[in-house]
Design a protein around this ligand. Structure first.
Ligand SMILES: [Zn+2]
Length: 421
């Protein structure tokens, strides 16, 4: 709309300038040429700014990770529009998301040691029930062909992932069960480690403990996942586990919700060597939206501010002082100076593209699993803001389509030995 207005202004001005310069052409020629050029520039800028929405709608948009199902277990409804959390079926549609991976995350602090499989199954049941209740909006899909069919029908294609290898309770039979019920990726570890693979947190200096990398059973899990056509997710995996997997996997792997370590040194992010290894494997990293993984030093400042806020609240309570305390405002005074915008996500995408090319990166929001999101992206309905930023930085249409979903489709298709009908 903006560009149409700018073009009308240009033509009106062009006619007026023609009349005005009739008697004094050379005197005013340069001035009017300059003004015409500026109006044209504004028109073309408006053009590209409005085109990003069309491009976003046309592209297959895939988000590799959210934790919306966890919210259902807190009594929240993700089937209708809400201002709570980051995701619901209405806002997914508003954000132009075509394919959404719903992560099933059984909290080990609540369900270890013997409730992990049971709770993951309960989460799986919940997602299936949501899909059954909303057949016109969402359908669970299990392969690339089903994705194409469902997206064509204008519905959200729901894919299922599990976050944390402890969910299979050291049993390949339970892994097979999850595959049969539609699970298409398993994160080998969450922050905690199963008996057979070490997590990034456990491998990091601060929390070093137990074994490192894959055990023999861990290798069996990887091989079985390859046979099943289930993607291996290494987002929370430690470096040793990461390289052990790459040594034996026969299929491309993913990091469903991680960022770039060189920009933000955090144990959850991938080092350059890991990103190169992912590219060599044909896999990809899907960029997480959490400010603590996007901006260097953010996590330390944020966690410190939260602790200080809790200390103030405790002190007010123990001294029975009835003074109002705005926790959020207190924390924001510390984090606001380095608070990221949407451009921070694209900085990470840019980095991966410059390092290994545009075939090995995508989006893994972690919505509803993260406490904060970049400014301008407060929920999933704002996803087009990423496409706008990619357009602004001069990415080609082809490149943007790969990043938004094409790269995922390539990796997902390669999991299956034959065409999937
Ligand atoms: Zn996670």
């Amino acid at each position: 709309m903006l560009c149409v207005k700018a073009e009308i202004i240009f033509y009106l001005y062009y006619i007026w300038a023609g009349v005005m310069t009739f008697n004094n052409f050379f005197e005013k020629y340069f001035k009017h040429t300059l003004i015409c050029f500026l109006i044209f520039l504004s028109a073309s800028k408006s053009h590209s700014q409005s085109n990003y929405l069309t491009l976003h709608q046309e592209a297959l948009v895939v988000d590799l990770h959210n934790d919306a199902i966890c919210r259902c277990f807190k009594g929240q409804n993700i089937e209708r529009f809400s201002r709570r959390g980051h995701v619901d079926l209405v806002r997914l549609k508003q954000g132009g998301v075509d394919v959404q991976f719903f992560a099933l995350w059984p909290d080990p602090r609540k369900y270890m040691p013997d409730g992990m499989f049971k709770h993951t199954t309960a989460m799986l049941d919940t997602l299936h029930q949501i899909a059954t209740r909303n057949p016109d909006k969402i359908k669970i899909v299990k392969n690339p062909d089903q994705i194409r069919q469902i997206v064509k029908q204008g519905k959200i294609a729901a894919c299922i992932g599990i976050e944390g290898g402890t969910a299979i309770e050291n049993s390949l039979t339970k892994l097979d069960y999850f595959y049969r019920r539609g699970v298409r990726y398993l994160g080998l570890t969450w922050n905690d480690s199963p008996d057979w693979a070490s997590s990034a947190k456990d491998e990091s200096k601060l929390y070093r403990q137990g074994h490192r990398g894959l055990t023999d059973f861990g290798k069996q899990v990887v091989r079985r996942m390859n046979e099943l056509s289930m993607m291996i997710d290494l987002s929370h995996a430690g470096e040793q586990t990461f390289y052990d997997v790459l040594e034996i996997t026969t299929k491309p792997v993913i990091a469903s919700h991680s960022c770039v370590y060189s920009i933000c040194p955090h144990y959850r992010n991938l080092k350059d060597k890991q990103i190169r290894a992912l590219a060599k494997n044909g896999g990809a990293v899907f960029i997480n939206f959490y400010p603590g993984f996007l901006v260097k030093g953010f996590e330390r400042i944020y966690q410190r501010a939260r602790k200080r806020a809790t200390a103030i609240e405790d002190s007010l309570q123990s001294n029975q002082i009835n003074e109002p305390f705005d926790r959020s405002a207190f924390i924001h005074q510390f984090i606001d100076p380095i608070y990221p915008k949407v451009s921070a996500i694209v900085d990470h995408i840019d980095y991966v593209v410059k390092l290994v090319g545009d075939d090995y990166v995508g989006l893994g929001s972690d919505f509803d699993g993260i406490m904060l999101t970049p400014a301008g992206l407060h929920d999933v309905s704002k996803m087009p803001a990423i496409t706008r930023e990619l357009v602004k930085r001069g990415y080609s249409e082809d490149s943007i389509k790969k990043i938004l979903g094409g790269n995922f489709m390539r990796i997902f298709s390669k999991q299956f030995p034959k065409p999937t009908k």
